[in-house]
Design a protein around this ligand. Structure first.
Ligand code: C5P
Ligand code: MG
Length: 210
């Protein structure tokens, strides 16, 4: 196998990172089969909080870099790059901690990873060959987050609004937006930008054919 290419997809919460990455991944898997491409989520590397009570876990700031075990993500990306499979943790937004299961991720020619604070961390940045930033307007992100967190993450409208004001919005301006300067590509409209999805797919096809 040739050199591994690691593609990072960053941007605000609910900016379309997960949709963008999974669309690229699923369409390429349907076309070429799953060999050679792997996908990881930064959210899977939220710190394990199983030793804390649910009430204590609710106090964590999930938008601060300290909430993530980036050391483990760095280690896993290095292992994948070196041709070794890794056990990616699984995370539950409802219980605010890791589940007991892990997912085995096989190494591949191309590794995609998506998450809010990937480009903020210099250790992670060093590993990325291609960095993409989802530049979706914040009001669009907030509307999506409201619906998603109520429907899929067990939240109330009031709790989403409070968390947004207290941590999500401040962290966007403190950590996420300044990290846009490290992106190679800036994508508007997030997971719905078919041109950008096509461009990344072409790049990956080319890498897989090398
Ligand atoms: O998918 P997305 O990028 O939106 O996921 C990151 C967001 O998940 C963060 O903005 C954080 O506030 C939220 N989160 C949460 N509860 C957790 C873990 C993350 O609300 N337990
Ligand atoms: Mg996501």
């Amino acid at each position: 196998m040739g050199k591994t290419t690691i593609i990072a997809i960053a941007g605000a919460s609910a900016s379309g990172k997960s949709l963008f990455a999974s669309t690229v991944y699923q369409e390429l898997v349907a076309e070429l089969g799953g060999n050679g491409i792997a996908i990881l989520a930064e959210d899977a590397y939220y710190r394990d909080q199983s030793h804390l009570t649910f009430e204590q876990r609710q106090l964590t700031n999930y938008d601060h870099p300290s909430a993530f075990e980036h050391e483990l993500l760095v280690q896993h990306l290095e292992q994948l790059r070196d041709g070794q499979a890794v056990a990616m943790p699984q995370y539950s937004y409802k219980s605010h901690t890791r589940t007991t299961e892990t997912i085995k991720v096989q190494p591949g020619r191309v590794i995609m990873v998506e998450g809010i604070l990937l480009l903020h961390d210099p250790h992670l940045r060093k590993l990325f060959d291609i960095s993409v930033f989802m530049d979706t307007p914040l009001d669009v992100c907030l509307l999506r987050r409201m619906t998603r967190d109520v429907e899929e993450r067990g939240r109330t409208i009031q709790s989403v609004a409070e968390q947004y004001e207290e941590t999500v919005r401040p962290a966007f301006f403190e950590f996420i937006l300044p990290s846009k300067q490290f992106a190679d590509l800036v994508v508007t409209r997030g997971g719905q930008n078919e041109i950008a999805i096509d461009l990344i797919k072409s790049k990956i096809r080319q890498l897989l054919a090398e």
